[in-house]
Design a binder for this molecule. Structure first.
Ligand code: HEM
Length: 423
């Protein structure tokens, strides 16, 4: 992970010169989003030779036409088909990466979605809720809160990692590796790492694949009552069973999609509440507001800031002529702050009527399959933090807030806080 801490706002005279790979763009793009909404809600960018879409309605339109805008973006993702011989050699020791869910289109996508969707159903999440509560309580009860602590490393990382790890039936020593595996997967997607880190990531990917393969083999021999067991048995029911490589790729995606995102949402949520003390006070006075606070946090945090699509044919969108093969960056974080949908979009308002209309979970067939789980995790996090601590403040160290530079994911690196326990 990078230690770079650029924080200043990105400035550009010509909107088509925006560089989405500039770390500043991941960190403070909000005034730029406003300009784009007003002037160019869909624009071709000279640097990345791709379209940038910030307008809420245009994003909805594109997401509703998967036959025109494909998710099979594997060729775009740095490292996934790395031509660097050393990286390639390491990856050859593992399983081939299969384009599943986020990287697939119908009809394959529909099959993957059915199988994974079953595992993340409402009744299942209700069962998982008691685990989330136990994990959250155990982390908070074991903290030394007499001194300032980093909310991210102490709570927001271990909480979702342990929830997912439990659902995958992993033992403690493997759960401890989940964060470094996930970092390796996301770093490979970032397009912003050097060759040394690419090699480290490739080793982590192979280690993960071998671990999961052992777990899958166990479940092919004996039925296990967990998410991985569900995926293995679901795959043997249909006419096209899931292969080990498909299952491992699905789990890999769930781990990336379900860890860093939830961590970032919880961290940004706590930061937003501290920075908006009147909102924190409303929430403390009326816990029925937690549900909408989660939505407002998701709207403002939008940890999956953007996602790619590829045009499958020449097509005109909002008057712009997109060519077959063109790459399109859908900026969900911008759509969640589109003033045509949200009044005073950059302001936190936990009483906002339409917070839930945010784009944090995307739109269309790829809408987040883990949204119910994520919402439950964030909600329990807020409930426990507010019930346990009388005060929650930022420490001076955070004046220089640092976000991980990543074109798709936006999340804080550290969030040092001071807390005082309730009597
Ligand atoms: C705050 C937390 C989360 C956010 C903001 C988030 C956001 C998103 C977004 C925006 C998409 C759609 C991307 C696109 O259309 O290109 C997505 C898809 C997905 N998410 Fe999440 N997610 C979160 C948590 C989770 C969790 C907890 C899981 C699972 C444990 C998960 C699993 C997935 C999967 C598997 C997909 C792909 C679905 C498909 O392609 O059909 N996510 N997520």
């Amino acid at each position: 992970m990078s230690n770079k801490k650029p924080k200043e706002e990105i400035v550009t005279d010509n909107l088509s010169d925006i560089n989405i790979y500039d770390p500043k763009f991941s960190i403070n793009p909000f005034q730029l989003y406003e300009k784009l909404h007003l002037n160019e809600p869909i624009i071709f960018l000279n640097n990345s030779k791709s379209w940038l879409v910030t307008g809420a309605d245009i994003i909805t339109e594109i997401c509703s036409q998967p036959h025109l805008f494909s998710n099979d973006i594997s060729v775009l993702l740095a490292g996934l088909h790395s031509e660097k011989p050393r990286v390639k050699k390491i990856l050859e020791q593992g399983l081939p990466q299969v384009p599943v869910l986020l990287m697939s289109d119908p009809p394959d996508h529909s099959r993957f979605r059915r199988l994974v969707g079953m595992a993340f159903s409402g009744p299942r999440i209700n069962i998982i809720e008691s685990d989330i509560r136990k994990i959250s309580n155990s982390i908070l009860n074991n903290l030394d809160t007499e001194i300032p602590w980093d909310f991210i490393s102490e709570y927001a990382i271990p909480m979702p990692v342990n929830v997912i790890g439990g659902q995958l039936g992993l033992k403690k020593s493997d759960i401890n590796k989940i964060r470094s595996w996930s970092d390796a997967f996301t770093d490979r997607l970032s397009g912003m790492i050097d060759e040394k880190r690419e090699e480290e990531c490739a080793h982590a990917v192979v280690d993960f694949q071998k671990t999961m393969q052992r777990q899958i083999t166990l479940r092919r021999e004996y039925k296990h009552d967990d998410l991985l067991g569900d995926l293995v048995s679901a795959s043997s029911d249909g006419d096209k069973p899931l292969s080990n490589a498909e299952i491992v790729s699905i789990i890999q995606q769930i781990m990336v999609a379900g860890n860093e995102t939830s961590t970032s949402a919880m961290a940004e949520g706590i930061k937003l509440l501290i920075e908006n003390p009147n909102q924190m006070e409303f929430l403390r006075q009326d816990s029925s507001l937690i549900k909408n606070t989660v939505e407002e946090i998701l709207r403002l945090a939008s940890p999956v800031a953007g996602s790619w699509r590829i045009a499958t044919r020449d097509v005109t969108v909002s008057g712009k002529k997109i060519k077959k093969g063109d790459r399109i960056m859908l900026r969900f974080a911008a759509a969640s702050r589109d003033s045509s949908k949200f009044n005073l979009p950059n302001k936190m308002n936990i009483n906002r009527q339409n917070s839930k209309m945010h784009f944090a979970f995307g739109r269309g067939i790829h809408t987040c399959v883990g949204s119910m789980l994520a919402r439950r995790e964030i909600s329990i996090c807020l409930e426990h933090m507010i019930n346990k601590f009388k005060t929650i403040e930022l420490t001076d160290y955070n004046k220089d807030h640092a976000y991980n530079p990543n074109v798709m994911l936006r999340g804080l690196e550290v969030l040092n806080i001071k807390t005082t326990l309730k009597n």
